[in-house]
Design a protein around this ligand. Structure first.
Ligand code: HAM
Length: 420
């Protein structure tokens, strides 16, 4: 039996890769336009980083991480997301002594042991950005506008931006008391994980996917109604700025996000088209995370966007991604002398940035023409003894079917001119 890819992983095949390259380039260029620099972080980290950063009462850490002991007996986990790794790197490389804020973007794979369905995989791709060192609401707005512009640049319409504030540790403490009081009489009906969360971190119960827990928290007091004046003021400034720009949003008191590091602003961009996995992007502020991971007190905000979901959404909205250019020329050769000349020509053409495919199979002229047609080459040139002797050949334009007699020495100039 041939071995198949593990459940929840997918190959991105050569015929689809242009779509990925297209959005990757757009995202990188846009981030640079906002002054963000690329960072690359490891695929695996010490498990403790995610326990501390993402939070050990979250579904991600409790149920979904790929964790193993390495040969040195260390507990290692594949990254379930990028923020914790970026923050670890920020601390490890002393980035707090750089001019602030520090603006970073990344394009990563991430790993979560989840129930697989359309738009939800075990290995998936994220585009993300982290803005460290800025506590002002203007930073929240910069992150949100970067995303809004990204979707606009790609021609994606109708993604809903849902916003909430989940306050700071100060107001959260007060809120947790209220939430516990509300939930106390209902503990017996909760799943085992939430029974534990009730004591350790009741806010997490609001994010539980179990139906029984969902129905229990339906009428729980909302965090947004219980935040302190400073958090309320911050949130108002964010919404005022979004209003001034004309970015449309909904306030959704139900967003708590599935990671523990968030404070104040949290947001999601949601599609109505993809179904249950409609959250294309999520993010928020995490003012305590750098300190939690052992660094100096540093505010932060960021987001991550699911690239598979982004591409699904583009497909659903009928957005066409430009296909890669066809090869400029296919060069075939019959006979040893012609073969040597075709090697030299191909070398020269490629040096001049012309996409040239040459025969390397020693096939018949007919088979070579068929192959040139299949790969969609714009021009075909077949060399034989006659062509080498006269230094002339027939250049066939495969799009029109026209054939032109050319001298071999003019081929490069001609193709460069055609390309321009
Ligand atoms: P997240 O909400 O866990 O946030 O993930 C961000 C996005 O990644 C989701 O909105 C979704 O599009 C995509 N995603 C998550 N899990 C899967 C999956 N199993 N399959 C396919 N796509 C998935 C974070 O990861 C935070 N680090 C975001 C952040 C950055 N907050 C601040 N900075």
């Amino acid at each position: 039996m041939p071995i198949k890819a593990p459940k929840g992983t997918r190959d991105i095949l050569p015929e689809d890769i242009y779509q990925w390259n297209f959005v990757e380039e757009k995202f990188a260029n846009l981030c640079k336009r906002f002054g963000y620099k690329e960072i690359r972080i490891p695929v695996f980290e010490h498990t403790e980083l995610f326990q501390r950063g993402v939070g050990d009462t979250t579904d991600i850490v409790q149920k979904e991480m790929y964790t193993f002991l390495d040969k040195g007996g260390r507990s290692i986990s594949l990254r379930p997301e990028g923020t914790a790794g970026v923050v670890r790197s920020f601390i490890e490389h002393g980035m707090s002594s750089l001019p602030q804020p520090v603006k970073l973007f990344y394009q990563i794979t991430a790993y979560r042991y989840e129930n697989v369905q359309k738009g939800r995989y075990r290995e998936f791709n994220q585009f993300g950005a982290e803005l460290l060192g800025a506590s002002d609401p203007a930073a929240d707005v910069e992150i949100i506008t970067l995303l809004a512009l990204f979707f606009q640049d790609l021609g994606i319409k109708n993604l809903e931006l849902n916003l909430n504030s989940i306050g700071c540790p100060k107001c959260r403490g007060e809120y947790n008391k209220k939430l516990r009081a509300y939930l106390e009489s209902k503990i017996e009906g909760m799943c085992d994980t939430c029974k534990d969360r009730f004591h350790r971190n009741p806010l997490r119960i609001l994010d539980c996917k179990e139906e029984t827990c969902k129905s229990i928290v339906k009428d729980a007091p909302a965090l947004l109604d219980n935040i302190c004046d400073e958090c309320r003021d911050h949130f108002k400034k964010v919404t005022d700025k979004l209003n001034a720009i004309g970015i449309i949003y909904n306030i959704d008191k139900g967003i708590v996000r599935g990671l523990d590091y968030y404070t104040k602003t949290v947001f999601e961009f949601v599609s109505r088209n993809i179904g249950s996995q409609g959250t294309v992007c999520g993010g928020g502020r995490y003012d305590g995370l750098v300190e939690e991971c052992g660094g100096p007190p540093t505010p932060g905000i960021g987001f991550a966007l699911g690239v598979e979901r982004l591409l699904l959404e583009m497909q659903n909205q009928g957005i066409e991604i430009p296909k890669p250019e066809a090869p400029d020329i296919y060069i075939g050769a019959i006979g040893e002398k012609a073969e040597l000349v075709s090697e030299r020509l191909a070398w020269q053409l490629r040096q001049h940035n012309i996409t040239c495919i040459k025969d390397i199979m020693g096939r018949s002229v007919k088979a070579q023409m068929k192959y040139a047609d299949k790969i969609g080459a714009n021009y075909v040139l077949i060399l034989g003894d006659d062509e080498i002797e006269t230094n002339k050949a027939k250049l066939k334009d495969m799009r029109t079917g026209d054939t032109k007699d050319i001298t071999l020495d003019t081929l490069i100039d001609r193709l460069i001119k055609n390309k321009a």
